[in-house]
Design a protein around this ligand. Structure first.
Ligand SMILES: Nc1ncnc2c1ncn2[C@@H]1O[C@H](COP(=O)(O)OP(=O)(O)OP(=O)(O)O)[C@@H](O)[C@H]1O
Ligand SMILES: [Mg+2]
Length: 348
């Protein structure tokens, strides 16, 4: 199956210090990506992190301020015309023609790309194969559900048999069933060897679909790897989560003092997330789970901290994302800084 790096193969997409400034503000900051054939790469980041700007540059809508990029080896800046035939785009806003039928939308694009005669219908059949669009060819696009419109825009983006597909939040606003249908079509595209760069805010989506994930913050790629690699690198963040019964006062100073008592005993990462009213503790090394649990229960009792939920588990993408992409007010513990450094290690 697909693995994260294929150093032998020619990358389908490569960027070299790709940078975009709007005035004096940097939106994308020396981005270096290397994505291989058939790989699905998910770019994650908060609002304004620079995801859409990145896709804008890679699809030649925005001129980079500096840096370069290559699609299937072709220089995206010097050879813009050539690369436009190599990719498809599904943009953040829907780009189907509401007044045209499904079939007309697809035929219009096919003809725009120069397909003629019987090849048009053959190609249309291919791009909608297996989807619910098959039975809706004569319906106006404007009458389709949001999920089917999204599926149609993917079909439109595929009409030209692109090697690379850019998708900006392809499942935003869709219900779970529609989202799953899109996931299935993305998996099918992967099987055909299409390279996909998608952005998403749904960690679950990245976890299910992506071979590799990159997290950007302030236009910088701050961490990159497969879900497993990222989770392993943040192992220290995970262990226990304790949902508190009472809201902790805004400054959290009292809670910080209480947490100190755990840190006196164990060298672990502790995070108190105010928004979720939850404490996260990493499992200490060289200490049995039982011993650690007993200590934590005793601590909760002696410090008189009522809680409503107590859970332990493996690290997931949410933990990684919280640790590296935020750093906002909900993250209060110093020890997070050290975990951040750990996670970012080797990515400068
Ligand atoms: N045309 C523009 N002029 C000025 N600033 C811009 C322009 N386009 C984007 N920006 C700025 O660039 C930064 C990155 O924006 P971008 O749209 O790439 O973020 P994003 O990661 O796609 O966010 P979201 O998740 O909300 O879609 C933001 O600070 C945004 O305000
Ligand atoms: Mg965006």
């Amino acid at each position: 199956m697909q693995t994260s790096a294929q150093p032998g193969a020619l990358p389908s997409l490569r960027t070299e210090n790709l940078t975009k400034m709007f005035g004096s503000r940097v939106s994308v900051d020396k981005l270096n990506l290397c994505i291989y054939p058939g790989e699905l790469y998910a770019l994650l980041g908060d609002n304004g992190a620079g995801k859409t700007t990145t896709i804008g540059m890679l699809t030649t809508l925005l001129a980079p301020t500096s840096g370069r990029f290559f699609i299937c080896g072709h220089d995206g800046i010097k050879d813009g015309r050539r690369i436009r035939g190599l990719f498809g785009v599904v943009s953040q806003d829907l780009s189907v023609y509401n007044e045209l039928t499904v079939y007309e939308n697809l035929r219009f694009l096919a003809e725009l790309y120069g397909l003629k005669g019987a090849t048009v219908d053959k190609r249309i059949e291919q791009v909608i194969a297996g989807s619910s669009l098959v039975s809706r060819l004569n319906d106006r696009a404007g009458n389709l559900s949001g999920g089917m419109q999204r599926r149609l825009s993917i079909a439109c983006a595929m009409i030209n048999e692109p090697k690379v597909l850019f998708m900006d939040e392809p499942t935003v606003g869709l219900d779970p069933a529609a989202r799953r249908e899109i996931w299935t079509s993305l998996k099918d595209l992967k099987k055909l060897g299409v390279t996909i760069l998608l952005t998403t805010h749904y960690l679950e989506e990245a976890e299910i679909l992506a071979d590799r994930i990159g997290i950007i913050r302030g236009g910088k790629l701050i961490v990159e790897g497969s879900v497993t690699e990222l989770s392993e690198r943040i192992q220290g963040m995970r262990g226990l989560s304790i949902k508190l019964k009472d809201e902790v006062s805004a400054d959290g100073a009292e809670m910080a003092l209480k947490l100190e008592k755990i840190k006196e005993r164990f060298d672990i990462l502790i995070r108190h997330d105010c928004l979720r009213n939850t404490i996260y503790l990493s499992q200490p090394e060289h200490v049995s789970v039982n011993e650690f649990l007993r200590f934590v229960f005793d601590w909760l009792e002696s410090e008189d901290i009522p809680f409503t939920k107590f859970a332990s588990g493996e690290p997931n993408l949410e933990d990684v994302f919280m640790a590296v992409s935020r750093g906002g007010p909900e993250v209060e513990n110093q020890s997070l800084e050290s975990s951040l450094e750990k996670v970012q290690g080797g990515h400068h």
